[in-house]
Design a protein around this ligand. Structure first.
Ligand code: ARG
Length: 582
């Protein structure tokens, strides 16, 4: 709808003001206040300066010129020169009917389907997967789901930190302290591995001889010494087992392609940078200097791509990964989901990739950044004793609290429920609550992790939205109605304002998803779904469904069913599955 309106208004602008407006955006957007209509055209205000005319006069010319069919009410002008556009209820009813018969509930596939890499989650071997990785996992998965639903081919890549000098240090430490870890599978729990890692690091920092041994160990590993490689593989497997638990719980699909995958391609990156005249030696290291990057003292800040000892850096691997994804994966777009702390890293890497022609201009490189996860009090999230929180226990706690709440509710409502029911519902609701709490925040800001807030049945939370879905299923159970086989012959009838408001909101889904594809802000979908359930609840309060006369009843059932379908789809794009009862 909005695209059609944009075309129609562009034609009118050209007709009224001449050909030079053919590239001018008609500025048609959803109305900011439903009182004024469904859409508004804001062109008159920005044209006022260009055409040196009064904006209201321009708005009048637009209204006189634009040719709309009979789906619309007559246009009106408000304020300084906004043109208000209102769709007739009959037209809304027709659209609702066609959307009701559409499997995709009105969401179009992208006209150009691309191949898109989403690089997300990406924890590090032998280190704990932390809340930052949790954010990346949840946001990345949702973005991937949205793009997939739009018809794009998405490659979900886990760029695991599985290589680097830290392995030399760790292997060397384990050789004396816990040698069995290096030779036997599953000899140690990830928690212990993290502790051992910290001990190794501490020793590395104070012991010069240990440092030297660790360096030799790195060289052995780089030279593919079979014993070293075996030890490294075992360490990776142990971490991987831990990551898998989290991915399984959260239902995340990822293809692991860790940093080590790109090892064979690192030397040629240096050669390419050299041929492109981008390489400079700085204190023995190979660097690329970019305009605008300076340190606190104002000195140029280089991007290091090869250390003095010949070792490569995080950035070098990312350059090789870009080259591989462009040349081998044939990707049109690469999306990186990491915390905002890596913003400069990506700006630099993207710039070098462009300059060195590793990524041509038509390949989009996008950093989707996010803020920190804070504790309830606004400081860094940690356990009571001040340790970093393990993701598994963080998720378990959400599930346990949900279970408590649910059991209390069951008791007060005097229901009989099986143990399986209680377990399944708490699992889904608890984990969905964690996902939704994260996704419903604008990702660029920090967010406070609060179980009370995310499990609140009344706020903008997963339980609240899941409940709206359950409500509709309850209606169909109560009235013995098969929602999948509602008559398609009946018309949609609007007898109350709340029905029309709900219907219009349902029809906005396509627009929201398209916007999301552009700005990659899942919180916009959350807000949309939250408003959907609010509008549904208003409708439900004012419009009896099962008691209504047959024609009205069917019309209302269709609205309820569509609400449920949109809710189910929307939540699935956030990685959340619905429940029939809760
Ligand atoms: N392993 C990194 C970290 O834990 C994230 C990797 C992100 N992806 C990338 N291609 N650099 O911070």
């Amino acid at each position: 709808m909005i695209e059609k309106l944009r075309d129609i208004f562009t034609v009118a602008l050209i007709e009224a003001f001449g050909d030079e407006l053919k590239d001018f955006s008609p500025l048609v957007v959803p109305a900011t206040n439903p009182k004024f209509g469904d859409y508004q055209c804001n062109a008159a205000l920005s044209l006022a300066k260009v055409l040196k005319k009064n904006p209201r006069a321009i708005a009048q010319t637009i209204v006189d010129t634009v040719k709309l069919n009979d789906s619309f009410e007559p246009l009106s002008i408000a304020g300084a020169g906004f043109v208000n556009i209102t769709i007739k209820p009959e037209a809304i009813a027709k659209q609702i009917q066609s959307v009701h018969q559409d499997e995709r509930v009105g969401v179009e596939k992208a006209s150009v389907q691309q191949k898109i890499v989403v690089d997300f989650s990406s924890p590090n071997i032998a280190k704990e997967m932390h809340v930052g990785h949790l954010r990346s996992t949840i946001i990345g998965d949702s973005i991937a789901r949205i793009l997939e639903f739009r018809g794009h081919e998405v490659l979900r890549l886990n760029h695991v930190g599985d290589w680097g000098t830290q392995f030399g240090m760790l292997i060397n430490y384990l050789r004396t302290e816990k040698p069995e870890v290096l030779t036997t599978a599953n000899a140690v729990d990830i928690g212990d591995l993290v502790t051992l890692y910290k001990q190794a690091k501490a020793k590395f920092d104070r012991d010069a001889e240990f440092q030297e041994q660790a360096r030799k160990e790195v060289v052995k590993l780089q030279n593919k010494d079979s014993e070293s490689i075996k030890a490294w593989q075992l360490l990776c497997e142990q971490s991987r087992r831990e990551f898998e638990i989290i991915y399984h719980l959260l239902n995340i699909k990822l293809t692991e392609r860790g940093e080590s995958f790109y090892n064979p391609f690192l030397p040629e990156i240096i050669t390419i940078l050299e041929t492109e005249n981008l390489l400079e030696k700085n204190q023995g290291a190979n660097c690329v200097f970019l305009d605008g990057f300076v340190n606190k003292q104002g000195d140029p800040l280089p991007l290091i791509v090869q250390k003095t000892d010949g070792g490569y850096n995080y950035a070098t691997t990312d350059l090789a990964a870009i080259r591989y994804r462009v040349n081998e994966d044939k990707t049109d777009k690469i999306i990186y989901v990491t915390d905002a702390g890596q913003a400069n890293h990506f700006i630099q890497v993207f710039q070098v990739a462009r300059k060195a022609n590793l990524a041509p201009e038509n390949v989009d490189l996008v950093h989707v950044s996010f803020g920190l996860v804070l504790g309830k009090d606004g400081t860094k999230i940690k356990t009571r004793s001040g340790e970093t929180i393990r993701l598994k226990s963080l998720l378990d706690e959400a599930v346990n609290r949900t279970k408590q709440d649910l059991q209390n509710r069951i008791e007060t409502e005097d229901r009989q429920e099986t143990k399986e029911f209680i377990n399944q519902v708490s699992q889904i609701v608890g984990l969905s609550a964690v996902k939704y709490a994260d996704l419903s925040q604008n990702r660029t800001t920090d967010y406070r992790f609060s179980y009370e807030k995310m499990l609140d049945l009344k706020g903008n939370t997963a339980p609240y939205l899941l409940y709206a879905y359950v409500r509709v299923q309850g209606i169909s159970r109560k009235g013995n109605i098969d929602l999948d086989n509602l008559s398609t012959e009946e018309n949609i009838i609007f007898t109350d304002e709340s029905e029309l408001v709900l219907a219009k909101h349902i029809l906005q889904l396509d627009y929201i998803i398209k916007e999301l594809e552009k700005d990659l802000l899942p919180n916009r979908l959350c807000l949309y779904l939250f408003e959907l359930s609010q509008k549904f609840n208003q409708f439900y309060d004012k419009c009896p469904i099962l008691q209504a006369e047959e024609k009205v009843k069917i019309s209302r059932l269709i609205l309820a069913d569509l609400t449920a379908k949109v809710m189910k789809l929307g939540l699935s794009l956030l990685g959340i599955s619905v429940l029939e009862r809760m």
